[in-house]
Design a protein around this ligand. Structure first.
Ligand code: ADP
Ligand code: ASP
Ligand code: MG
Length: 405
């Protein structure tokens, strides 16, 4: 008998028919002798609808009340799924995040899970019930409802699996596994049977939204066996695993991209100690996260400084830079929100020279200009114009032999 945590995303519970189909699937797993904990998202489109409702009333919305509102989406699904299970003779009980004591910090809209009290869940499992838990939400020390950031139901599932020491955490979604790149952008993308935690973490943090980054972090930290599978078709999906010899063969395992970034440049700032601090200090104080940073070689005692931020923070960052430019005696400030970041990811990259030049060569051949570059041990990222996203991803996919035949 295994203890399984299964998570079903928005599309998988998007209609009453689909909720009923999920119930059948869960019941089949339980009838096969497994103890089942099911984590669900809000029905597809619901969280976006709630976001719009909030902004129609207060913009920006109160962080505390925003979470109260957003958490309602998942509450609808847990009740409906439990009803669907009961109606086919499968005993079930639904719980919100606070009811199963998913304790988080108080960072509304992006809270982190601190601990889970699994007593209640264990008692239900013992009694032969399926436990249905609302994803994406928790409760802070003061009793306020918190949410875990978009895509957060993945993290709820992995955290539940870690707390219960489940045999596997299965993420059911609308694709049948993790692909070499988003199959919506490159139809020739190939499904991976396995990917390492390290690579999956890099893919998620570079923009692949198939798993929330914190879910992957959690799974790596607590060694939770994690699998991505399709809600709609049978198959083994993709197992997220620790590095093994067989996997070292591949130099590049995938291509990730991020459409949510924007680029800012401050030109002609004096090249002196403390200048980077003077620029990025106020940006950090305004709670704006910075991703890539490039400082040019100085000429005539001045330098140019470029960095990227989340697109939602672009206007705020640009206004800050404009006011800083006066105090710093900079020549000019400019910004571009129509950019994307495309990244090659692979643990095999470590031991292979020439990947970067092949990447740059392939992009050059298509006339795609690279605006920024950054590298780490297992990834190379470039910033390019947004209009070249599809072409860039497909070109690299082909150039690195990732496409299926
Ligand atoms: P859910 O609602 O089930 O959580 P998501 O939309 O969050 O589903 O995640 C699944 C989507 O992730 C897929 O439909 C796909 O477009 C996208 N995706 C991005 N990168 C990848 C990748 N490398 N492999 C598979 N899917 C990916
Ligand atoms: N419903 C939330 C969202 O749309 C959480 C999730 O689906 O994982 O982001
Ligand atoms: Mg998701």
């Amino acid at each position: 008998m295994a203890l399984l945590v299964q998570k079903f995303g928005g599309t998988s519970v998007g209609t009453v028919e689909r909720i009923k189909a999920v119930a059948e699937k869960v019941k089949a797993s339980r009838d096969a002798g497994n103890q089942m904990v099911v984590v669900v998202s809000a029905m597809s489109g619901e969280t976006n609808r709630l976001v719009d409702l909030a902004h129609a009333v207060q913009s920006p919305p109160s962080a505390r009340e925003f979470d109260v509102l957003l958490s309602t989406g998942e509450q609808v699904t847990i009740a409906l799924l439990s009803m669907a299970l009961e109606s086919i003779g499968c005993s079930a009980r639904s719980y919100t995040g606070s009811q199963v004591h998913i304790r988080t910090d108080s960072a509304y809209n992006k809270a982190r899970i601190l601990e889970i009290d699994d007593l209640r869940v264990r008692a239900d499992l013992q009694a032969g019930r399926v436990v249905v838990v609302a994803g994406f939400q928790g409760v802070d020390e003061s009793g306020a409802i918190t949410t875990l950031g978009r895509g957060g139901s993945d993290t709820t599932a992995v955290a539940m699996a870690a707390a219960l020491k489940a045999d596997e955490c299965q993420i059911f979604t609308d694709v049948d596994g993790v692909y070499t790149t988003d199959p919506r952008v490159e139809p020739k993308a190939r499904k991976l049977d396995k990917i390492t935690f390290e690579e999956m973490l890099e893919m998620a943090s570079l923009g692949s939204k198939v798993l929330q980054i914190r879910a992957v972090e959690f799974a790596g930290k607590y060694q939770v066996p994690l699998r991505v599978l399709s809600s709609f078709q049978e198959g083994e999906g993709t197992l997220i695993t620790f590095e093994d010899d067989e996997m070292e063969e591949a130099k590049i395992s995938g291509i990730a991209f991020n459409r949510d970034e924007a680029k800012l440049t401050i030109r002609g700032v004096p090249d002196q100690p403390g200048v980077a601090y003077k620029i990025l200090g106020p940006i950090g104080e305004a709670n704006i996260e910075v991703d890539m940073i490039v400082q040019n070689i100085s000429r005539d005692g001045t330098t140019d400084f470029t960095f990227t931020v989340h697109r939602n923070d672009f206007d705020k960052a640009l206004a800050l830079l404009n006011s800083l430019s006066q105090t710093l005696n900079a020549r000019e400030v400019d910004g571009d929100a129509a950019i994307v970041k495309v990244s090659l990811v692979g643990v095999g990259m470590r031991s292979h020279a020439g990947i970067a030049s092949r990447m740059f060569g392939a992009l050059a051949k298509e006339g795609i200009n690279i605006r920024m570059i950054s590298t780490s041990e297992i990834k190379i990222s470039v910033v390019i114009d947004e209009k070249y996203l599809e072409l860039g991803v497909r070109t690299l996919h082909e150039a690195f032999g990732l496409s299926k035949d």
